[in-house]
Write a protein that binds this ligand. Structure first.
Ligand SMILES: Cc1cc2nc3c(=O)[nH]c(=O)nc-3n(C[C@H](O)[C@H](O)[C@H](O)COP(=O)(O)OP(=O)(O)OC[C@H]3O[C@@H](n4cnc5c(N)ncnc54)[C@H](O)[C@@H]3O)c2cc1C
Length: 200
């Protein structure tokens, strides 16, 4: 059994950022992930300037392609695109496979390739699959996080917005049209630089 102060389950952006922050403050951390990085991850690859600031990341310090996105909004009945999007600051595009692997590597945390199945409490420690034990456990395993499933039940809570829709399926959307948001020429260039796999 390997004993560690803090185990983080999941090495995606949440887990790796948590590991990075804890590690930089001198805490002992181990990241467990069922996938080997770089791993495939379905994603549009869009990150905001705010996210980059939080991650202390700039175009200069990031070693992989990071494109500035010029996102335009198309509204029905308006024949031209508006160069506006409701986010503060600039928007960027990354290849998620590279991005997640780089974040995890930057955290400098040890990573064990392990699929977490069973977690139990024993005294003041969490025991993971009778293989790892820790005093602090962080669940960063995404949608089906095994920490949540083991310690907080398997039931997935419905979002507040979806509840009334379920209860009364006669509710109709207030609008009959949807806002279509497309991207400008800068982004159409992406497939050239970032082939299909870039969004994985
Ligand atoms: C189609 C799609 C497009 C998206 N586009 C964008 C976008 O453009 N921009 C944006 O900001 N967000 C986007 N998102 C959302 C974004 O992907 C998530 O918010 C983000 O991945 C959450 O990061 P995370 O670290 O919490 O989880 P994840 O990135 O999902 O990482 C969880 C990690 O836990 C590991 N794990 C899971 N189960 C176990 C287990 N049992 N044992 C060990 N390890 C385990 C997984 O292997 C994985 O590496 C998109 C999501 C989808 C589905």
């Amino acid at each position: 059994m390997q004993h560690v102060e803090t185990i983080i389950v999941g090495g995606g952006p949440s887990g790796s950022t948590c590991a990075w922050q804890l590690g930089s403050k001198g805490h002992e951390v181990l990241v467990l992930d069922k996938a080997e990085f770089p791993r495939l991850k379905l994603c549009a690859g869009w990150i905001t300037e705010k996210a980059m600031e939080d991650l202390q990341l700039t175009q200069e310090t990031y070693p992989h392609p990071l494109l500035e996105l010029d996102i335009k909004a198309h509204y029905p009945k308006i024949p031209f695109a508006l160069s506006w999007f409701p986010t503060k600051g600039k928007n960027y595009s990354i290849r998620r496979t590279e991005f997640d692997a780089w974040l995890l590597e930057r955290s400098a945390a040890p990573v064990a390739n392990h699929t977490v199945k069973k977690i139990r409490r024993e005294g003041d420690r969490y025991i993971i699959d009778d293989t790892f034990s820790c005093r602090n456990l962080v669940g960063a395993g995404g949608t089906m996080c095994p920490v949540r499933r083991n310690l907080f039940g398997d039931e997935r809570r419905k979002s507040r917005r979806s509840r009334p829709w379920k209860r009364n399926s006669n509710i109709r959307p207030a609008r009959t049209t949807a806002t279509f948001i497309s991207v400008s020429a800068a982004c159409w260039d992406m497939p050239g630089m970032c082939p299909r796999a870039m969004t994985m």
